[in-house]
Write a protein that binds this ligand. Sequence first.
Ligand code: 1HN
Length: 341
Amino acid sequence: MTTQTATAAELARFSAGISGLSLMPLWERTARMKPGSACVPHVWHYAAIREHLLRASTLITKRDAERRVLVLENPSLRGSTFVTQSLYAGLQIILPGEIAPSHRHSPAALRFIVEGEGAYTSIEGEKIIMSPGDFIVTSNWTWHEHGNEGTGPVVWLDGLDTPIVALFGAMFREDAPLESYAPKNHSEVSAARFGCGLLPMEYRAADAQATPLRVYRYRQARAALATLEAAEPAHPAHGYRLRYAHPGTGGHPFPTMGVSLQRLPAGFAGVPWQSTESRVCSVVEGTGRALLGDQTFEFGPRDCFVIPPWTHSRLESDSGSVIFSYSDRAAQEALGLLREQ
Ligand code: 1HN
């Protein structure tokens, strides 16, 4: 049996020779096949960001910016606009009286309200008034616009699957012919049809990949977690964690993204967890610590942090905490890739 048929110099000459044909020998690849990505753990403290959001509001109009957003860009992915290799995250601010004109695009989007009252999103003419902690679904290729009819600034977290869409080269975007579709005041229509454990008689879940329910209210989700906390012991890693469901299928609200709300009870110290999901967390209540890899990140209300895929993670809270998060779990499950332990 021969072990080496060519010298290193011959192999190098071979590689150089085929390079001009856009070929490379697999035996020379440097990337190892292992879980995890270039994305690193990071926390964005809201207290440090808020003044810059307000300053941005004086520097650029909503109309000029189209969407006035400060993007949470992963420190290891600078220049990409991505928070992980599969997800986008940004904090958007809208002042009283402003509107963000209607458009649609092939990435799907979620809004998670961080601060302020009186803003709305209108999705295909359904106007949804948003309060802190509410989670709003903008399925891909649906017309959407925003406005603020309140008296103070409103800030929300935008979560999108743009990196996944970009990966496939399937990015489309279109401005609406009209700036606004003068949203009708039918705020709770999708909630009435799909959000009460009832469904329209004619509804067939197979017709819709994404959830037809466009808003998941915080007060309802938070009450569910409070009930569970009073009733049963916490999960050793997650505390009390529920995922938002497509009411027709029980699946995720998006074909790409899974979304969850999680309660860490007072004094909680989670056991280590590891998942291939890329996860963006927005803290709603309380303070705590995320131990991610060999780093410790303190968090408080409105802070955001990112858990990269396959990072050893532990969550702790002395005061008790509530964390909203979204991830690429739906895409990974659909592709048979999700692993966790
Ligand atoms: C978008 O349409 C919004 O509609 C926010 O508010 C952020 C980031 C990338 C692509 C589209 C919005 C976005 C976005």
